[in-house]
Design a protein around this ligand. Structure first.
Ligand SMILES: [Zn+2]
Length: 568
């Protein structure tokens, strides 16, 4: 039986798909059959992944279309779990054969970790954990506030907060905070359940604590909790003082006497008003960004152009479209698709550069023989995207061939660099908090103890913000960080990747051609080599130390000074 064409596969129910897996189960694996067996399995995985991607994307493009939603949910309920279980069987078969297909060394190692972690008693607990995650989303999703006779969602409040009127900002922020505090008990109750489930997951699988279990579950083979701690120590040493300097300059920019939480986005990031208008239509947006990418590197420019030609970009906000921006992939075709909600703002440019970086990753993977080899881990996937922001942004200004005035270009870059710098201390709070939680499992099952710890960490890593009079809001910040609840320990990835991207950017300032060549070569490796090797192929180091972070911070501060001079 041959692997069906994608169009056909889209219509198949599980009963018709199952024989494709059974056939692979039945083939005797030996040196002769290995390559073609791998190819067939790889093709099958591509079909499943593309079906998932297309069905999910269809619902995002039109959230009101119930038929599309039904097709997606049907697939999630009746087809996808069975494909995953069958896939697990094939992983076992391959591991059991003790054969290693070429270029699959690392993928096999990860399969082995997953197999070792597997334990029957944990299956209902994992389901329980994801149900708790859904409850958490529900609580947050229901939070709205009443504002000038209108009901605003969280997303709407955040955009309303972008006003120059500080009194309005404070009022909105207080309303929002009060609303969030109303759910304090509910989230605390949920937290106790999360902690109980996680404690059991770890002990069932034979681990001393949940962190040790989770580390394996996340397939973090290249660094340890100790290195994660080393990184946040480095943040305290070099990024925290620099972040405080940013907050101080921000204070003068806004002409305020101290930075309060309502002066920041998400209690963390600076913003600038009025918003920069960068384009009006999607066509304008695509052409302008395409020109910049082309100047940066003609090969990347061609990739982007082909996305435009093949209708793989849906960028503008419209009614009925799902939120946010992302890059997905159609695996059988080997092409990316970018989804966005652009409204013409300067910040949309950064998002498109970012997602284009992910898209280029997909293009560069074309030569890898097996679908299994493509995933590189977020610690590197985000290097591809963040580096693209940093490499492309210098071309925004009209004196660099771009289309923004020098001033608007400088402001766009300034805000992005500040955001990247301010992220590290906040990341350190989130990471340090979770180390503490799972090192003190029973103490941290008490939400009051978590409040105290979070508050202490905010003072330690983010001393530049004045929370006086709002201690309750401050200490419950961990309630509002969804990763802590839904994706434990998944956060440092962004901070590490950002540091990798800054190293590439620094290389580009010395030799742009070479930096881009290394960037593309590293992307092309997919997930075939370890993170340290991916980083070094890109001309960077996977680093946790103070020296590497220190030079990135220095480069950021130097550039911020230049940009501020341009804006003065
Ligand atoms: Zn990304």
């Amino acid at each position: 039986m041959r692997t069906p064409a994608f169009k056909k596969f889209m219509t198949l129910d599980w009963e018709s798909i199952q024989p494709l897996y059974t056939q692979l189960e039945d083939i005797e694996l030996n040196k002769e059959s290995l390559d073609s067996w791998m190819e067939q399995w790889s093709d099958l995985r591509k079909l499943v992944d593309e079906r998932y991607a297309r069905l999910s994307l269809a619902t995002e493009l039109d959230t009101a279309d119930e038929e599309k939603e039904k097709r997606y949910f049907d697939f999630l309920e009746h087809v996808y779990p069975s494909t995953q279980a069958a896939d697990q069987g094939l992983k076992k078969k391959l591991l059991g054969s003790e054969l290693t297909p070429q270029g699959m060394e690392l993928a096999l190692k990860k399969m082995q970790v997953e197999a070792d972690l597997f334990c029957e008693e944990n299956l209902p607990l994992l389901t329980e954990e994801s149900k708790l995650g859904t409850k958490y989303s529900k609580i947050l999703g229901a939070q709205t506030i009443q504002w000038q006779e209108e009901e605003l969602t969280l997303v709407q409040v955040k955009s309303a907060l972008l006003t120059t009127d500080r009194r309005v900002r404070k009022e909105l922020w207080e309303l929002l905070s009060q609303r969030q505090l109303e759910d304090r008990e509910a989230i605390n109750e949920l937290w106790k359940k999360f902690m109980a489930v996680r404690g059991k997951l770890a002990s069932n699988a034979g681990f001393p604590d949940y962190r040790a279990f989770r580390w394996q579950q996340q397939l973090r083979l290249d660094y340890s909790p100790k290195e994660s701690r080393q990184f946040i120590d480095a943040v305290k040493e070099v990024a925290v003082p620099a972040a405080t300097r940013v907050y101080n300059r921000y204070q003068s920019r806004l002409r305020i006497d101290q930075v309060r939480p309502w002066d920041l986005l998400d209690n963390q990031t600076t913003f600038s008003l009025p918003a920069i208008q960068a384009f009006k239509t999607e066509e304008e947006f695509i052409t302008r960004v395409g020109n910049i990418l082309n100047r940066l590197d003609p090969v990347l420019g061609d990739y982007f152009k082909s996305m435009q030609d093949k209708d793989l970009l849906d960028l503008m906000n419209r009614k009925g479209k799902g939120p946010g921006g992302f890059c997905t992939e159609f695996a059988t075709l080997g092409v990316p698709f970018i989804f966005m909600n652009a409204v013409g703002r300067g910040s949309d440019l950064r998002v498109l550069f970012h997602e284009s970086g992910h898209a280029f990753h997909v293009f560069e993977l074309t030569d890898l023989p097996y679908h299994h080899q493509r995933r590189s881990g977020l610690e590197f996937a985000e290097v591809a995207s963040i580096a693209m922001e940093l490499l492309a942004e210098p071309y925004l200004s009209e004196d660099q061939g771009g289309f923004l005035s020098t001033e608007d270009a400088a402001r766009t870059r300034l805000l992005n660099l500040e955001e990247k710098l301010l992220f590290w201390p906040y990341m350190a709070v989130v990471v340090a908090f979770q180390h503490w939680v799972y090192e003190n499992h029973s103490l941290a099952s008490n939400p009051d103890a978590c409040d105290g710890k979070w508050s202490e960490l905010i003072d330690f890593y983010m001393p530049g913000i004045n929370w006086d009079g709002f201690e309750d809001v401050k200490m419950t910040g961990w309630h509002r960080k969804l990763h802590i609840h839904q994706e434990p320990f998944y956060y440092i990835e962004y901070g590490l990747a950002s540091l990798g991207a800054f190293q590439i950017w620094e290389n580009a300032q010395k030799d742009q051609g070479k930096a881009l060549q290394q960037y593309r070569q590293a992307l092309a490796l997919g997930g075939t080599v370890s993170l340290p090797k991916l980083y070094s192929a890109a001309g960077a180091n996977l680093s946790f130390d103070m020296d590497t972070l220190g030079s990135a911070v220095q480069l950021i501060e130097k550039t911020l000074t230049e940009l501020e001079t341009q804006l003065a």
